[in-house]
Design a binder for this molecule. Sequence first.
Ligand SMILES: [Cu+2]
Length: 211
Amino acid sequence: MNRRALSKTVGMVVIVIVVVGIAGVLFAVTSTPTQQVAPSPKPEPASAPKPEQPPAPAPAPAPVAPQPPQPVAPPPPPPAPVAPPPPPPAPAPAPVPQPAPQPAPAPQPAPAPAPAPAVLSGTVTVVLKDQEFSGGTITVKKGTKIIFQHRDTSLGGGDPGIHNVVEKTGKFKSVDMGFGQDWEYAFNNVGVFEYFCEPHPFMTGKITVVE
Ligand SMILES: [Cu+2]
């Protein structure tokens, strides 16, 4: 009986100790978490480095494989640039002669105003001197009176010094004029009257009569 009671008592004490110990452990875990956390991480890092080492060697060979295939693709493009040579022949047809015709039209407007002669009227004087009809080619209004004046001092030698005014078709003919003499004629008909001097046929003139 004593042994049984002793063992029973010991068992009770052990249970109490275990319960108290468990309670103490629980209390320690709840009240001081920092202390327990510290020791637990220690074993984890030990096991962590083990898995890292094996995966490290695996990724190394992977990147080496993709690199070789890339440089192989670029070589083909070089042959393409051979096509461009044909375009050069285009610049040959340069239309350089075109700018030249531009300056030509400039002189054309200038002669246009020239043919518009001044139309004289009233009484107009044509002086015979230096063996020519000075101001003898003119345009006049119908009814204009022209006075031909012999003022030629260039005649000499065997020249009698006579001038006259003769229309080529005989429409009018002046008297023989000596130096200082005048002869007048009224142009009352529209038309062109070409005239000359009989003693000096190289002396000519033209009277254009307009309305
Ligand atoms: Cu004459």
